[in-house]
Design a protein around this ligand. Structure first.
Ligand SMILES: Nc1ncnc2c1ncn2[C@@H]1O[C@H](COP(=O)(O)OP(=O)(O)O)[C@@H](O)[C@H]1O
Ligand code: SF4
Ligand SMILES: [Mg+2]
Length: 333
């Protein structure tokens, strides 16, 4: 075994995205919704990193800002040697070929007027026709679609098959990074498992790197090497998959886990269930202390005034909670 640590493919540093809010008058000071408020993480080449959190926590905005599909107002995004946020023009177009998206609803992201083969071949525009066809044939087989389905239009596929088509299309230009944004959330549970298995298998065979977004920890528990838990625009816990499921530290992570049926005995860790009450606060007007304070069952006085910083523990886990001890004991035991 080599002692060399695996290289980071993607490094995100202190990423911030805000959306302007409508003001009541033109004289009122400009107000913003801070959708992503200082997010940092890195994804190792060949691994899958999950971003998990409730709807509205800023997961999609983080992904779109990384891919330069929306504008970040601060931070750094490094894809190997490239500073993505500094690129423009042709350099940006070239860089964009290095990552691809798989979306929740493949139907709205696939051109309804193109046949399946042309959808998969679309990102290969400049290539000779027979070379394209060879790639399409190979990808149809790799994602479990039949050759005769190449002639069909998107509406002639089932939801699961359509997602397979979306996956084939994302793989076609051989991207380094694949961003999967809730790729199975629109599918039946049985079909979800098939599509997740396919994604995992393709990752293993092709050494792909995934940034995998989901609101459901259950979906990522067999899929991802590292997990970032996001709450209201910030990462509140970051850990490798085993640590996160065996010893979840942040009260919010506990709450998310309470909703996940766990079948894998190795993952059966802390079992105290906590119920997530109420909705997350308004991101346009976040609490001044810990953002989780209004829903936290163990909040103390200082939680209302002091925001907890994300700190790295000796165990390697990172957590933003005043009450988690340095030796990785959660306030929930
Ligand atoms: N284009 C936009 N304009 C204004 N607000 C937005 C826009 N996109 C997202 N938001 C807001 O930013 C926050 C984060 O949204 P999003 O990244 O979609 O969360 P998630 O993917 O975790 O559900 C939400 O409060 C959402 O309403
Ligand atoms: S800092 Fe306080 S309010 Fe926030 S999660 Fe920890 S205990 Fe709860
Ligand atoms: Mg989203």
């Amino acid at each position: 075994m080599s002692d060399q640590p695996a290289a980071n493919l993607l490094t995100v540093k202190d990423l911030k995205v805000r959306f302007p809010l409508k003001s009541s008058s033109i004289f009122a000071p400009k107000r913003y919704l801070y959708a992503v408020d200082g997010v940092s993480f890195s994804v190792t080449q060949g691994q899958a990193l999950a971003i998990v959190g409730e709807s509205g926590s800023g997961k999609t905005t983080t992904a779109l800002a990384i891919a330069r599909l929306i504008k970040a107002y601060a931070g750094q995004v490094q894809l190997q040697e490239l500073d993505l946020l500094d690129l423009a023009g042709d350099d940006l177009r070239q860089a964009r070929r290095r990552f691809q998206f798989i979306f929740q609803d493949p139907y709205s992201s696939l051109n309804p007027r193109l046949r399946a083969a042309d959808i998969v071949a679309e990102p290969l525009a400049a290539m000779a026709a027979d070379a394209k066809q060879a790639i399409v044939d190979e990808l149809f087989q790799a994602v479990g679609l039949r050759p005769e389905q190449q002639r069909l239009f998107p509406h002639q596929f089932s939801g699961g098959q359509r997602q397979r088509l979306g996956i084939a299309r994302a793989m076609a230009p051989k991207p380094q990074l694949i961003i999967c944004d809730e790729p199975v959330s629109a599918l039946d549970v049985a079909v979800q498992a098939q599509v997740l298995n396919l994604l995992r298998e393709l990752q293993r065979q092709r050494g792909l790197t995934y940034l995998f977004i989901s609101h459901d920890l259950g979906v990522v528990q067999h899929m991802c090497d590292q997990i970032a838990v996001m709450y209201l625009g910030q990462i509140v816990e970051f850990a490798d998959r085993i640590s996160l499921f065996k010893n979840p530290l942040h009260p919010y992570t506990r709450a998310l886990l309470s909703a996940v049926p766990r079948v894998d005995p190795a993952m059966r860790g802390k079992s105290q269930r906590i119920l997530l009450q109420g909705d997350p606060p308004d991101p346009a007007n976040p609490p001044s202390g810990c953002r989780f304070v209004a829903r936290c069952p163990v909040a103390e006085a200082r939680c209302h005034s002091q925001p907890p910083a994300l700190r790295r523990l000796a165990s390697g886990q990172q957590v933003a909670c005043h009450l988690v001890s340095d030796d990785a004991v959660s306030p929930l035991g």
